[in-house]
Design a protein around this ligand. Structure first.
Ligand SMILES: [Fe+2]
Ligand SMILES: [Fe+2]
Length: 258
């Protein structure tokens, strides 16, 4: 299995890896003196609304560590290298959000309130396969990107807006990698489509359930959860089309039903 001198050929994946290396930064480079821009109640609500994203940052880091050996076994060297930068990105996001909680002197949701969030993470990890994991990460990164961008717009000039605008730049790289890699795999294995679409339905359903569960806290900070999920669903649909994931037979049946 081990090859001392592996082939490194995919220039596009290597370019994303180089961008990942050159794009590294640290929490110390942020200006932590930005105002929080929310009263105590707003800060508590933000702490709760942020919980799924916060947990997602940590599980993305742990997930990457568990799939890197699979990419090694499949001799996909470029993906291993890229995922090493991804892992550090997610570690940094997790660390920065932890610091942000301390700065607000707030806590994430308690375990008893995390039912949907745990179900989401369980669905993400249900399959141990690296390709399906990458699809789940693509969907989660779309959610994270819209979440950060929406809050950035809602509270301009705040510390969270400052943090979000920096984190989103990393997430753009993550989305680019997942789309590039999955596009190639799906060309070779179009039979993966039904399970991908099923996972999309499951995860989108759980995202909606999480947002319903946090309705009051979302309202406190002016976040329209329904609109957020609709925007995420729209963006996911664009990826589904770009990756040619729709099953032609199912589409035909739908046309007839309409
Ligand atoms: Fe992240
Ligand atoms: Fe990410």
């Amino acid at each position: 299995m081990i090859r001392v001198f592996p082939q490194i050929e995919n220039a596009k994946l290597m370019s994303l890896y180089h961008k990942g290396v050159e794009g590294q930064w640290s929490a110390a480079q942020l200006d932590w003196e930005h105002p929080l821009g929310l009263d105590r109640q707003g800060q508590q609500a933000l702490g709760h609304v942020l919980t799924p994203v916060y947990l997602g940052e940590q599980t993305a880091m742990v997930g990457a560590s568990s799939v890197i050996p699979q990419f090694f076994a499949a001799r996909q060297t470029e993906a291993q290298l890229y995922l090493a930068t991804f892992l550090l990105d997610e570690a940094r996001h997790f660390e920065i959000l932890t610091q942000f909680y301390h700065k607000m002197n707030q806590r994430p949701l308690e375990v008893r309130d995390l039912k949907e969030i745990f179900r989401y993470q369980a669905r993400l990890f249900k399959s141990q396969d690296r390709i399906e994991w990458l699809w789940g990460i693509l969907l989660s990164d779309i959610f994270a990107r819209h979440f950060y961008n929406t809050l950035k717009t809602l509270h301009p000039g705040s510390l969270f807006a400052h943090i979000a605008s920096r984190i989103v730049r990393d997430e753009v790289r993550h989305l680019a990698f997942a789309e590039l890699f999955l596009g190639k795999i799906l060309q070779q294995q179009p039979e993966l489509s039904p399970s991908f679409l099923k996972m999309r339905d499951d995860l989108l359903g759980l995202m909606s359930a999480m947002s319903r569960g946090l309705k009051d806290q979302c309202a406190t900070i002016g976040l329209d959860g329904v609109l957020l999920i609709a925007t995420v669903a729209d963006d996911i649909e664009k990826k589904v089309r770009r990756l040619h994931l729709h099953d032609p037979e199912a589409e035909l049946e739908q046309d007839i039903a309409e």
